[in-house]
Design a protein around this ligand. Sequence first.
Ligand code: PLP
Length: 425
Amino acid sequence: MHSSEQLFERAKQLIPGGVNSPVRAFRSVGGAPFFTRRANGAHLYTADGDDLIDFVCTWGPAIHGHNDPDIRAAIGEALNNGTSFGTPNAYEVEMAELITEFVPSIKKVRMCNSGTEATMSAIRLARGYTQRDKIIKFAGCFHGHVDSLLVKAGSGALTLGNPDSAGIPASFAAETIVVDYNNADEVRAAFEQHPDQIAAIIVEPYPANCGLILPDEGFLELLRELCTANGTVLIFDEVMTGFRLAKGGVQERVGITPDLTALGKIIGGGLPVGAFGGKAEIMDQLAPLGPVYQAGTLSGNPLAMAAGIAALKKLKSEDPYPLFEQLGSTIREALLDAAQAKGLPLQVPQVGSMFALFFAEKRVRNYGDATSSATHHFNTLFHHALKNGVYLPPSAYETCFICTAHNGRDIERAAEVLAEGILAI
Ligand SMILES: *Cc1c(COP(=O)(O)O)cnc(C)c1O
């Protein structure tokens, strides 16, 4: 048996920073990360024997909680037949049928292995389809670690204080036009300055890697209109929001049809999966039908497909979305009440099972608002919560996730701990 401290010492010798994804290193909140030995329901059990109520939920995928028995059974059954075939398999077909049923804008879909692959491939496809090079992205939106999208990105890139990664040629980044989210004038100006050159707009329709930011009325509709008018492909990156905020993601909630959608996280049921899909006319540009190349040794992997299919079917049979709305607002109200009692300005954007905390006076509408919030208060709250058995994401710029397993005592207990934490700031 090894403690987190011992494991981290060993890890740091051989793994850069001791972690395989930067935000896990706790650089943003300070202190050293814990190692998890096992996870069940809404709880993580650490190498040090601690039991934590988990609001990270493996950064989104665990919508049914950890170690869900149905997902485990599906993986077990698939495992009996082997781990990978490298040929087409029936799971892929069932997955494609489920995705197109859940997300009607997706007429055809291609599976890949991560959200990063999904956005990278969607961008390439949009460029191939339009025969244009430039793309528009929004400051603070994170689309995985794709070269041309790591410009003013959110998530770990943001907390490192190093939003533009080293190692990306300036010429790649030059094809990316970065505009402020919720700034209609800037988007219009980008189209005016680069007529017939913009292949795609890629957007997290509810940006959730910079805290959680919600669109102003009409903003997403404007993106749809401008894309249609300019022959530009509208890509919704719903890697995080897909299946989480509604069966059909944000696009279902707001009634907007993107041309392409990137998916990930929940569709893997906890195994590594991504997918992108959309209009058949665009998707048919992919090899082997069309000139846009995209491939993957383990794409459509039977274990990952089986896990994802089980996760999606369970969303269909349980319809947890009304429950999430209720659990989310319970937490939100507890946080706001505590902040008011303390006299601290706090914003808690929350939609269903997603919420974030910004210690700020006004509603956060964009990256600039988010980064000017008082993140040191979040960091204090993070450590109070962790000491008292509640695990928030280790960065003020990540979104907190609720899963179905939080139902009942866990939400009450977490609301209590977080309220105490705010009063103690
Ligand atoms: C997590 C995330 C990605 C990247 O997915 P990975 O599987 O980590 O590569 C892309 N876009 C959004 C919106 C995400 O939240």
